[in-house]
Design a protein around this ligand. Structure first.
Ligand code: DGL
Length: 296
């Protein structure tokens, strides 16, 4: 990994560094958002990134909306204090319930979530207008995908299903084989019978690593949409129109986690599709920003 030397947040905040050269902040509940980071780095090779995984409080997907909003605001505040030009919320659950709260609290910092880009991509991929979304409980129950799809395509019919075990399987590295496919069948087989949806939106950071098993269950004809690609396209467009696109010849990547740097490195390397070690992960405490800044 190409990492910059540690720079104290106060130093960044008070520097005259042009906004375009500042890193893009990416926030997720844990390692899953590294699938989004991977895609953003591929499509925006001159951007620097600072990724924060709130591993101490993962999973968000089974927590109440109030808790997820509180956690998300803390994470966003932390990244903004480090000096970022843009915040990408890679976590679907946080995007589903906390995006408005983050935009309101941290304006004018632009905040992009993954739900809207995912919904738009799903609608574009579907011929029949029948779509399925799989996600965490929190995302499904909050209804954000259902609303975003209805905005993009008012005649769409949506089935949303929580696939909670997929998160654990992906974390465990069980991404293929009969056990994974049995579980996928249990969640998906009845949805994708005859006359079922022609498009499946992967509405969770962890699900892209399970794509082969999911594909084996739902068959070759269903379009599978992963919001990471469309999120990258939206980000590129937004950075361009706001004059924030970086031309860094040595873009940097910094990885932060709130707990378990060993696990973050081990599991995260799979999600990022690039090996990094525990020494590449900085452990941070989101609960006390004032104390943290004083210490730095
Ligand atoms: N990052 C979460 C999401 O995309 C999945 C993991 C969790 O439940 O925290 O919804």
């Amino acid at each position: 990994l190409n990492r910059s030397p540690v720079v104290a947040p106060a130093a960044i905040a008070s520097s005259n560094q042009p906004a375009a050269t500042l890193p893009i902040g990416i926030f997720d509940s844990g390692v899953g958002g590294l699938t989004v980071l991977r895609c953003l780095r591929e499509q925006l090779p001159h951007e620097s990134f600072i990724y924060l995984g709130d591993t101490a409080r993962l999973p968000y997907g089974t927590k109440s909306a109030d808790s997820v909003i509180r956690y998300s605001l803390q994470a966003a505040e932390f990244l903004i204090a480090r000096g970022i030009k843009y915040l990408v919320v890679a976590c679907n659950t946080a995007s589903a319930v906390a995006i408005e709260a983050m935009r309101e609290r941290f304006a004018p910092t632009p905040v992009l979530g993954v739900i809207e880009p995912g919904a738009i991509a799903g609608c574009a991929a579907s011929r029949s207008g029948r779509l399925a979304v799989i996600a965490t409980e929190g995302t499904v129950n909050g209804g954000a995908y259902q609303r975003a799809i209805a905005r993009a395509r008012p005649d769409a019919k949506v089935i949303a299903r929580a696939c909670s075990l997929f998160v654990a399987l992906a974390e465990e590295g069980w991404t293929q084989g009969p056990i994974v496919e049995d579980i996928a069948r249990r969640y998906l087989a009845e949805i994708f019978g005859a006359g079922g949806p022609d498009t499946l939106i992967l509405g969770c950071t962890h699900f892209p690593v399970l794509i082969d098993a999911i594909r084996n269950v739902i068959g070759p004809d269903v379009a599978i949409v992963d919001s990471a690609h469309t999120t990258a396209a939206h980000l590129l467009q937004s950075l361009t129109t706001q004059g924030l696109l970086a031309r860094n010849s040595h873009p940097t990547l910094r990885l932060l986690a709130t707990d378990g740097p060993e696990r973050f490195a081990r599991v995260g390397s799979r999600f990022l599709d690039e090996t990094f070690g525990v020494g590449d992960v900085e452990v941070v405490d989101l609960s006390a920003p004032a104390a943290r800044l004083a210490k730095d």
